[in-house]
Design a protein around this ligand. Structure first.
Ligand SMILES: Nc1nc2c(ncn2[C@@H]2O[C@H](COP(=O)(O)OP(=O)(O)O)[C@@H](O)[C@H]2O)c(=O)[nH]1
Ligand SMILES: [Mg+2]
Length: 221
């Protein structure tokens, strides 16, 4: 098979897997509530309102597996979703950061929970850092990327809401974000461009997420 055919095959297999069982498992407000580390995990993080819930819904083809919220910064928990029957891996919806007016205590608690999870979680295979296409990287994103570098958790930078800006603007943002990602040891060089609204980049990201969780040969198994 040529490369394009192979990618098409992987994307189809990925869509099939995500169209099967995807189920909310639990919310962990503290580390002691984490589920047993029995399967690989892929975590998603980003600023509040970046489009994390929408992206999770688009990847899993669900309307509301992760609630798209109108009140940003409310959830301060790690939310676990299981994929596959039996469970093959988990998606982890991490609490949004960078929300305005959060009391220092809340920010401290967020940092501790996230840092401890990132550092101590053996089954955490990959992280996705979501960034709004219109805004590019903000200091809070850079801080998150630094945390991931330090925890030695590899991550993909995913631009969201790509439908909201012009192609020329989008190209500029992709180039700027890619240039910065290159300087981070744990970041993938390739930037994903997505729109949960229009479905752009979703099929490819599905395949990438499953490959991160299960390894390169997963579609042939
Ligand atoms: N146009 C557009 N809007 C989006 C997209 N993804 C999310 N949104 C909107 O952005 C807002 C925040 O989305 P949400 O998924 O709740 O963000 P979260 O706080 O990161 O979970 C909502 O009003 C969504 O409808 C997208 O791809 N395109
Ligand atoms: Mg959300």
């Amino acid at each position: 098979m040529d490369e394009e055919k192979e990618q098409e095959y992987r994307e189809k297999a990925a869509a099939r897997l995500f169209s099967g069982r995807v189920e909310f498992l639990l919310s962990a407000p503290e580390l002691k509530f984490l589920p047993e580390p029995t399967v690989p995990e892929i975590a998603f993080c980003g600023r509040s309102n970046v489009g994390k819930s929408s992206l999770l819904n688009a990847l899993t083809g669900r309307k509301a597996i992760a609630r798209a919220s109108v009140t940003p910064g409310r959830t301060q928990e790690l939310n676990f979703f299981e994929v596959g029957e039996p469970t093959l891996f988990r998606l982890v919806d991490m609490p949004g950061y960078g929300f305005a007016k959060a009391p220092p205590k809340v920010v401290e608690k967020w940092k501790r929970l996230v840092r401890d999870y990132l550092r101590g979680r053996q089954v955490l295979h990959r992280n996705l850092v979501l960034v709004d296409s219109r805004h590019g990287l903000k200091d809070v994103d850079r801080e998150m990327m630094k945390m991931l570098d330090e925890a030695a958790v590899g991550y993909r930078v995913v631009l969201t809401k790509a439908d909201k800006i012009k192609k020329s603007e989008l190209d500029k943002t992709v180039a700027a974000v890619a240039a910065e990602a290159k300087k981070h040891v744990a970041a993938y060089p390739e930037i994903h461009v997505t729109s949960a609204e229009k479905g752009m980049g979703i099929a490819a990201l599905r395949a990438a997420v499953i490959e991160d969780a299960l390894g390169a040969g997963w579609a042939d198994a």
